[in-house]
Design a binder for this molecule. Structure first.
Ligand SMILES: C[S@@+](CC[C@H](N)C(=O)[O-])C[C@H]1O[C@@H](n2cnc3c(N)ncnc32)[C@H](O)[C@@H]1O
Length: 249
């Protein structure tokens, strides 16, 4: 990710949660993750890494179901927004009694599984000097911003315990129409117009994942520009999303 991207996401953090598309995409992704994950007795033991967590919408949604969530984002503004939600649950989380105590925001451009900033266990506060590993890595709406997908998937693989799982969601590249997911004025840092089943399968298997499954998880209607670059949102286009799963052998 470039520093321009970092600046962009930090600036967007202030209004991120007020975008209904962001809220809807997260709600649909959360539902899809739960449908693909094991039930409570197992899920509640999971230490989860949310890579590219943004303001923590998915992290906070998953937190009640799991042991801990390490919520990582490269953009300082995104992490500041999550920190402020965790500090002011009454105004931001809508549920004061269920304020998660098991979510740790971490500002980092994650490129190394041994990054010491991942070392603290959110649930206990204990630190593993190097090499803390996770049962599950999730990442939502991030892959289309990543220049080097094979490198990211290798990093994710390295972050997992043996037998750990990756589960990532992003919109599908279904052809020229997929470009309309972003307005033309917001193409900075968009590395690809969605992901494809074939590429994700190749990249995940190349990173060492077993039991790779890539399938459509949900569809989301989104208002797109009337004409490319018009800046005016009009017609609704339905974008399919893929969920990509694999296991570290
Ligand atoms: C489109 S936003 C999605 C945020 C969030 N997942 C959501 O759906 O609301 C993509 C985020 O990924 C972050 N990101 C991209 N590459 C990253 C990396 N290698 N490490 C940490 N964060 C990264 C960016 O800073 C940005 O906030």
């Amino acid at each position: 990710m470039t520093s321009a991207n970092n600046t962009r996401f930090s600036a967007e953090a202030l209004t991120w949660d007020s975008n209904p598309d962001v809220q809807l995409a997260t709600a649909l992704a959360h539902k899809a993750y739960l449908a693909h994950l094991p039930p409570a007795p197992t899920l509640s033991t999971y230490n989860v890494l949310d890579l590219g967590c943004g303001t923590g919408l998915l992290s906070l949604a998953l937190a009640p179901s799991v042991l801990s969530v390490t919520a990582v984002d490269a953009a300082e503004g995104m992490i500041a927004a999550l920190e402020s939600k965790l500090a002011s649950p009454d105004t931001n989380n809508n549920n004061i009694n269920n304020t998660p105590r098991n979510v740790l925001p971490v500002c980092a451009l994650l490129q190394d599984p041994d990054d010491p900033r991942l070392a603290t266990d959110p649930a206990t506060g204990e630190t593993v000097p190097t090499g803390r590993r996770f049962d599950l890595v999730v990442s939502h709406l991030v892959l289309h911003h990543i220049p080097d997908l094979p490198a990211l998937l290798k990093t994710i693989h390295g972050c997992l315990v043996p037998g750990g799982r990756v589960m990532v969601t992003d919109f599908e590249d279904t052809g020229p129409e997929a470009r309309r997911f972003h307005p033309e004025g917001k193409m900075d840092g968009v590395e690809r117009h969605g992901i494809t089943e074939g590429e994700m399968r190749r990249v995940m298997e190349g990173a060492g994942f077993a039991e790779v499954r890539v399938e459509r998880a949900f569809e989301m209607g989104k208002k797109v520009e009337t004409e490319p670059g018009s800046g005016v949102l009009g017609p609704v286009v339905v974008f399919p999303f893929l969920i990509c799963e694999g296991t570290k052998g």
